[in-house]
Design a protein around this ligand. Structure first.
Ligand code: AMP
Length: 360
């Protein structure tokens, strides 16, 4: 979707990804399929372009460093380094006075025992590296569950955090330009299913105080980290209206996908503008909107019912062109606009329900 936005603005696109036939390759001029640690190919790729950006933050530091010697990588290696490890991320956020749930660094069963004693239960144990969408997470409900939870880690470094009994999850997708300019898409409300984003509605129904605070925190994070590009800050909103940062993602984000159809400048065009050193575009959203994800599970009884979904004529279909529809894999999304964000959500959910084929 970044490549499509770049193409529309007249840019040529080269892409590098570990797998061949990646969605970006369908709209790119040149595709390199190489592992991220194939540094020779990374250098050849970087030598052929003017600027590099990423749609996935878990790219190795060596890869980013090698690319940076040929072309600017935006956001920079320091942003990726901080955001690709939960421990570094939480330590950085806490150290810069941004609100996060209480947490502990866990490297041994003893640390986990004392962490659970300190923080209490329920708590969540998360692997420090390479985690997203609830991958590498175990909930600890009672102190006797510590041993089992520790074994699930298989020796990986982890973070233990207090389980937050949140009212809802909200996020702010924002961008920072090369000149320090800042733009944001407001506060959106995210509903998850099995730890994976299911539906986003925009705007979220939050108080003006929460809204201002969420934007202020997001701006502070982008500025303190010196981000160039789009970044998403995901929050828990507690029952007493306190915001706690759950995660930061230094890239275009699933909770900003609605912007393609709903905003003057989509998060993808914004990313292109930011990393190319252009002025940021207007983030105005003339009407409330909603987005529903399409996961691979929808293919479990064969091809989903596209004609039935497309009969919902004011709902927009986005499919990423991924070949294998595996359960829990994000294959595409639907967006709709409405008089209220709830009305828009009802439209995308009805259209998504129409895709479900009966069990044969
Ligand atoms: P994550 O991969 O850390 O974004 O977590 C995925 C989802 O798990 C979140 O969106 C929440 O729904 C849930 N979750 C993660 N951490 C916590 C927590 N400390 N308290 C309550 N729910 C959590």
């Amino acid at each position: 979707m970044i490549a499509i936005a770049a193409r529309r603005m007249g840019y040529r696109i080269h892409t590098l990804a570990p797998d061949a036939d990646s969605p970006t390759s369908h709209v790119a001029d040149l595709e390199y399929s190489a592992a991220y640690d194939d540094i020779d190919t990374v250098k050849r790729f970087a030598d052929g372009v003017d600027v590099i950006t990423l749609e996935f933050e878990n790219v190795l530091t060596e890869t980013v460093d090698a690319a940076t010697t040929y072309a600017p990588v935006r956001p920079g290696g320091h942003v990726l380094y901080t955001a690709q490890n939960r421990l570094r991320e939480k330590t950085w956020l806490h150290g810069h006075n941004f609100p996060v749930a209480p947490f502990r660094h866990i490297t041994s069963i003893e640390e986990l025992r004392s962490g659970v004693e300190n923080l209490g239960t329920p708590a969540i144990l998360k692997t420090a590296g390479f985690g997203y969408d609830g991958k590498g997470q175990v909930r600890i409900d009672t102190p006797d569950a510590v041993d089992d939870a520790y074994h699930e880690l298989s020796g990986q470094e982890a973070v233990l955090e207090t389980f937050i009994d949140f009212n809802r999850e909200v996020s702010v997708v924002a961008a920072r330009g090369l000149d320090g300019g800042f733009a944001h898409y407001g506060v959106v409300d995210n509903t998850h299913r099995n730890h994976i984003l299911d539906v986003t509605i925009s705007p979220a129904d939050v108080s003006p105080t929460v809204y201002q605070e969420a934007i202020k925190i997001t701006r502070g994070v982008l500025e303190s980290l010196d981000v160039v590009g789009v970044m998403c800050v995901e929050f828990f909103l507690t029952r007493d209206d306190t915001l706690l940062i759950n995660e930061i993602a230094p890239r275009v984000h699933n909770s900003g996908h609605f912007t393609i159809d709903a905003c003057i400048t989509s998060q993808f065009e914004q990313q292109v503008r930011a990393v190319c050193g252009l002025p940021l575009g207007s983030t105005a959203q003339p009407q409330p909107a909603a987005m529903a994800n399409l996961l691979g599970d929808l293919w479990q009884n064969g091809e989903p019912n596209w004609p039935a979904m497309l009969a919902h004529t004011d709902v927009k279909l986005h499919l990423y062109g991924k070949k294998d529809a595996r359960p829990a894999r994000k294959m595409g999304h639907l967006t709709a606009k409405g008089d209220t964000s709830q009305a828009a959500a009802e439209k995308v959910m009805a259209a998504r329900n129409a895709l479900i084929m009966p069990t044969r």
